[in-house]
Design a protein around this ligand. Structure first.
Ligand code: TXA
Ligand code: MG
Length: 318
């Protein structure tokens, strides 16, 4: 099976109806999609990614009114957040209805639901009479894809079609939240910054797991890992520590360093963290193709999109 990349929604829809896999664009990263209500189709996602089957997938729907089809209850705080952020980079973990196959939720009692903010994928969802289960379209453990080309490079022989929606505007995965006693718990930092969430939901609890909790693959420490070892911290100090090595440098703005820099990526010359997030994964992939011995990444400021960037860079370390 050889993939065809293009913008033909009919072809993508037909492949999905057949139980095949399709690469889909979202505003965050590209997804590897299958019919969420067809366990055989969903199984193929795990096989294509090489991902452990106990890791739950996000179910993508056309609009937030559909949450009630798949969730036992949709609390008021979720409805308020959905009004503000759907479609958009926010995923809700809710108690699941039995219509959602166990393979989608890793056998768990909750389902993750989101409305992706990309016009092509919304048009695709409008044509389908089922929702789409989709993890990020990368082999398990590698950097998430933010262009159709990234998907083709690694999964071309695993998908029937790749819907090309251009480069992803947000560039980091969705923020994952769960309501608990009328409050919001954040399980993964991502495309909706904490400050934005709190504007609507009040104070939220950060429960971002840094361990190897198998229930949260996006939370596994060795995730987003490039081929070349990556270290994160103060760039000047790290360059001094790794003197003599060929260095690939990943920084927010321009940095003058004295080491043997063989490749470099500046995420946002004007130090805009949102722009930096949108450039992150493509920059990491380019650096990973260099002949550097080590990638030295700069720790970002701890607010706004800086939190999501630091989270991804932290997990990319060996
Ligand atoms: O932006 C995104 O969320 C992208 C695009 C394609 O939508 N998808 C994505 O999927 O990042 P994936 O599979 O790479 O990450 C899914 C995240 C993981 O951190 C997982 O633990 C969490 O969602 N998740 C899914 N279902 C869950 C559940 N029932 N309970 C807790 N966390 C869940
Ligand atoms: Mg992922």
């Amino acid at each position: 099976m050889s993939a065809i990349t293009g913008t033909d929604i009919q072809q993508a829809a037909q492949a999905l109806r057949n139980g095949d896999l399709v690469g889909i664009p979202t505003e965050t990263v590209y997804g590897l999609a299958a019919n969420a209500l067809n366990p055989d189709a969903v199984l193929r996602i795990y096989e294509a990614k090489g991902r452990p089957a106990f890791n739950p997938l996000i179910v993508h729907v056309h609009d937030a009114n559909e949450f009630a089809k798949y969730a036992l209850e949709v609390p008021a705080i979720v409805k308020e957040l959905a009004l503000e952020f759907c479609p958009g980079p926010l995923t809700f973990v809710l108690p699941k209805k039995s219509i959602v196959p166990d393979i989608v939720t890793g056998g768990g009692e909750t389902v993750a639901l989101r409305v992706p903010g990309h016009p092509l994928t919304l048009k695709l969802l409008a044509q389908l009479d089922f929702p789409l289960a989709a993890p990020s379209a990368n082999p398990f453990g590698y950097i998430s894809p933010v262009t159709a080309m990234h998907v083709a490079e690694q999964l071309e022989d695993k998908v029937s079609y790749i819907l090309d929606g251009g480069p992803c505007m947000i560039g980091v995965e969705s923020t994952v939240v769960m309501p608990e006693n009328g409050k919001i718990v954040v399980l993964r930092v991502g495309g909706v910054p904490i400050e934005e969430l709190e504007r609507v939901a009040g104070k939220v609890e950060l429960r971002v797991n840094m361990s190897s909790d198998p229930k949260s693959p996006g939370q596994l420490k060795s995730h987003y890992a490039p081929r070349i070892p990556l270290v994160l911290g103060n760039v000047q100090e790290l360059v001094a520590q790794h003197a003599g090595k060929k260095i690939a440098l990943l920084t927010l703005g321009e940095e003058q360093v004295s080491g043997n820099v063989v490749a470099k990526e500046i995420l946002s010359p004007k130090h805009d963290l949102k722009e930096a997030a949108s450039n992150l994964f493509a920059a990491m992939r380019r650096l990973d193709k260099s002949d550097a011995d080590i990638i030295i990444a700069q720790l970002m400021p701890d607010y706004g999109f800086g939190l999501a960037i630091n989270d991804r860079l932290f997990r990319a370390q060996l």
